[in-house]
Design a protein around this ligand. Structure first.
Ligand code: DQA
Length: 145
């Protein structure tokens, strides 16, 4: 079975408790369960990870090079700062979908720039945690079955 890696950046472990007015009340475990269910129905398996550390996120992207046909990534704050994460994604050969739970374009101007968007095949922002499911559907289209 083909595998999709879903990678989450800093503070997303607090999802559901962190600024729920912006990020909603669903937890990351809820998102993982919903992604697993959808991926299964699309014929994929999912590896779901989160880290608060930039280097660890780079390592997770390297692991995806060996195991994944595609990546869904919410790099959180590193979206706006990390050339290292961009470089790691550039070393990954399959499709990459970038997800933001909030609409970053409606927020502070420092959130309007994304290094990851220089690599991403698609970007979903402002659709809440449903954005992960939309990204999975798009990846399934991109990698075929
Ligand atoms: C985020 C948006 C980022 O600007 C922010 O730093 C996050 C989460 C989102 O999912 O909306 O931590 O990526």
């Amino acid at each position: 079975m083909k595998t999709i890696h879903i990678i989450n950046g800093p503070n997303l472990n607090l999802l559901g408790r962190r600024q729920p007015d912006i990020y909603g009340r669903e937890t990351l475990a809820d998102v993982e369960a919903a992604c697993g269910k959808l991926a299964h129905s699309l014929g994929f398996s999912v590896v779901f990870r989160q880290s608060n550390h930039e280097g660890e996120l780079v390592e997770l992207i390297h692991a995806a090079r060996e195991e994944a046909v595609g990546i869904v990534i919410n790099p959180a704050a590193y979206t706006h700062t990390s050339v290292a994460i961009l470089d790691a994604l550039n070393a990954f050969e399959g499709p990459v979908m970038e997800v933001h739970i909030s609409n970053v374009h409606k927020r502070e101007s420092f959130r309007h720039h994304s290094y990851v968007s220089l690599r991403a095949d698609g970007v979903i922002a402002g659709c809440g945690t449903e954005g992960y499911l939309l990204a999975l559907r798009r990846l399934a289209t991109l990698v075929g079955d």
